[in-house]
Design a protein around this ligand. Structure first.
Ligand SMILES: *Cc1c(COP(=O)(O)O)cnc(C)c1O
Length: 395
């Protein structure tokens, strides 16, 4: 059975494979012995390999060892978990925060804790899979609205008149398109129709807002009555996820979110690393500024080469290919040119919108960005040259 299904996927060019990185996660990585410019990581600020983040983790490993040995509610609640929760609440400007082991497990835990049978979920059609899965697990009625369509969202909210709870949930930065949800409008609708509002800040934390606090900062909202979820694994360069909000919400989730309750807590060294990552961006916003500067140079370059970057407004920059084969061919040419950015195909994106999903990082150099643009120029002008050795460049 496995073989047959895999062969079918292969026939449709939909078989997924892994690329093996044999170096630290940086703006350049080693793949197959070649030095490749990484143009697809969510490690936007380069914090995954930041000396201070590494040191913080090492210090804690020496003092506390590695594993936590149990879930938070049994004997796995360590000082560093609570310190990280306080650090996150302070960073996000909320009363409290709660940790989860990843963004995926946060979403499949929080949504069923907030709504259930007889309730309603209003979800943008481009929301992340973890939101879709969390919504399905909840048994609430799921209303999908067209991407960022506030008119339809309002119609749906108006229509559901029974006593069920309502939850609007949206990515704030959409992970495959790199555009931003109209959070002010969504917030106003949530207030008008007495709905909970939950935002997924996976790609906004450390990226949006001059201090990297996310979409709430970007739109100058107060954040009251907004359930803010985010991950520590992307711009913060570490691992895990959080919900930030009111004290009541956090205590409620401690008691109700199954993916918080029934799982071993994060290793304390991971918590220490995340605290340090937040400290770094709170002390100095030059990394965030560098990220946006690189984004501008890169997207301007792509536009002058005539590429369609869809509706990107952030360091996630899709480059439209169209069909699957074109996207795979583009990815291959990039790889020959020592650039790694994979083709994204259905079902991750809609049929006909296969693309290369690129992301820039704060610590890409000018030369890195120029090399990436020169590879895209070769795609425009027909195929690039084969067999680049991708020699190590001194940085
Ligand atoms: C990556 C992502 C997640 C999952 O977060 P992890 O910490 O990687 O599990 C959730 N939501 C969105 C929008 C994401 O992009």
């Amino acid at each position: 059975m496995f073989e047959k299904e895999l062969e079918e996927l292969n026939q449709k060019s939909l078989l997924r494979t892994l690329r093996r990185i044999n170096s630290a996660q940086g703006p350049r990585v080693k793949i197959d012995g070649r030095e490749i410019i990484l143009l697809s990581s969510n490690n936007y600020l380069g914090l995954a390999n930041h000396p201070r983040v590494k040191e913080a983790a090492i210090r804690v490993i020496e003092k506390y060892g590695f594993g936590s040995g149990a879930s938070r509610l049994i004997s796995g609640n360590m000082t560093l978990h609570e310190e990280l929760e306080e650090r996150i609440a302070d960073f996000k400007g909320t009363e409290a925060a709660i940790l989860f082991n990843s963004g995926y497990t946060a979403n499949i835990g929080i949504i069923p804790a907030l709504v259930g049978k007889g309730d309603f979920i209003y979800s943008d059609e481009l929301n992340h899979v973890s939101i879709i899965d969390g919504s399905r697990l909840s048994s609430a009625e799921i209303r999908i609205y067209p991407h960022k369509d506030m008119t339809v969202l309002e119609e749906l909210l108006k229509k559901d008149k029974n006593n069920g709870r309502k939850l609007i949930v949206t990515d704030t930065v959409f992970s495959m398109d790199g555009d931003i949800a109209p959070l002010k409008d969504i917030y106003n609708l949530s207030q008008r129709y007495s709905a909970f509002l939950m935002v997924d800040e996976a790609h906004a934390t450390g990226v949006l807002g001059s201090k990297g606090r996310g979409a709430v900062e970007h739109f100058a909202l107060k954040g009251e009555n907004i359930i803010q979820m985010g991950t520590l694994g992307k711009a913060l360069g570490t691992f895990g996820a959080y919900i930030a909000g009111s004290k009541d919400l956090i205590v409620y989730l401690r008691n109700k979110a199954r993916s918080f309750i029934y799982t071993t807590s994060l290793p304390p060294a991971v918590a220490a690393a995340a605290i340090e990552a937040i400290n770094i961006i709170a002390e100095d916003n030059s990394l965030i500024k560098g990220l946006w500067d690189n984004r501008k140079v890169f997207i301007d370059g792509l536009h002058s080469l005539g590429f369609d970057t869809l509706s990107s407004e952030t360091p996630i920059i899709p480059v439209l290919a169209g069909n699957i084969h074109k996207a795979l061919e583009m990815a291959e040419t990039l790889y020959e040119e020592c650039i790694y950015a994979p083709a994204i195909r259905p079902p991750t994106v809609p049929e006909g919108s296969s693309r290369i999903r690129t992301t820039v990082m704060a610590n890409h150099t000018k030369e890195d960005i120029e090399a990436a643009l020169s590879a895209f120029r070769k795609i425009k002008n027909g195929k690039g040259s084969n067999n680049h050795r991708c020699v190590e460049r001194t940085r």
